[in-house]
Design a binder for this molecule. Sequence first.
Ligand code: PLP
Length: 389
Amino acid sequence: MSALLPTYRPADLAFERGEGAYLYATDGRRFLDFTSGIAVNALGYSHPKLVSALTEQGGKIWHCSNLFRIPDQERLAGRLVANSFADRAFFCNSGAEAVECGIKMLRKYHDDNGDPERYRIICAENAFHGRTLTTISAGGQPKHTVGFGPLVDGFDHVAFGNLNELRMAITHETAGILLEPVLGEGGIIVAEPQYLRDVRAVADEFGLLLFFDEVQTGMGRTGKLFAYEHADVTPDVIALAKGLGGGFPIGACLATERAAVGMTAGTHGSTFGGNPLAMAVANAVLDVMLEPGFLDHVAAAGKKLQSALARIAAEYPKAIAEVRGLGLLIGVKCAVPNTDFQAALRAKGLLAATAGDNVVRLLPPLIVGESEIAEACAMIEETCAEIAA
Ligand code: PLP
């Protein structure tokens, strides 16, 4: 009996090491890992550049707090800003904290503009923004909120993709709009590019800030550095985490100067946020992601995997109802319970996650190769054949 708080239901499987896209279990088995630590290990396991960035920095300085300047933090902020819409970056330690920073920023922006009554944020139904009290309130899903009331006030929910509902939800109290460009935990539902452009136009019409939660979609996962680029839309704020640290805990909130103007000295902070260890690793992640061809590889690998899956789905409609996604953020909507599908894949040696809407979520590391895609598809096809039989 473990002394852990039993908030998780882990598979009875533990690993002693990982290499590239493969994990080696303590019982000697090898698995092809298409979970990537839930879209975190963007460069796979034991990437030599990340290992050396971490170990080199580990011999110098781990932590000093933001009482002092952290040169690698300034460098990472500069590089993220240079490669995005943003002018400013704040570093924290998780996705939920990155979203929380953005929510505070939206409120502060209107308060500073003399409109303190504008504090409400329009969010999507079935959204996921993290597990703090504020972010479960923003997510609004009963499975996360029940028993934890009273929730944080100020979030209104509309159907994802429905512009009319969104417009109808705007009041004189609305501060902004918070959306995932691809509903992740909600079942890998990709927003129409036109919907995101229309949301931008509505935000401008009503003086609202547009905040994208790119915790899962950001840092190359969709084949572009940020998912908003697919729609050619410029947000005011984004939240990042997951892939940014390649497995080292880090979050970031990026914003335009205009949106961030109220976040002055003393208004927000984090003891650990942006510490030298995290910054060394995240800068190394960015070194790799900004190499010419890296994002093209992700886009091509995503296309290859999605088209192979579409072929399997067409052959086995009794197993797969639909394949959808963007880049290497892929949802396989199952025709049988997704947890059964996931368990069958695991028994063959392929690790996959699940998501809402009965989806099995495939999140290979972004460095995944053709042979690994073929190996995964073979295991998926065998699983489908067994289900169909
Ligand atoms: N936002 C999105 C879109 C996410 O997918 C997640 C985590 O899955 C979060 C926020 C919360 O991130 P974290 O678990 O690092 O707090």
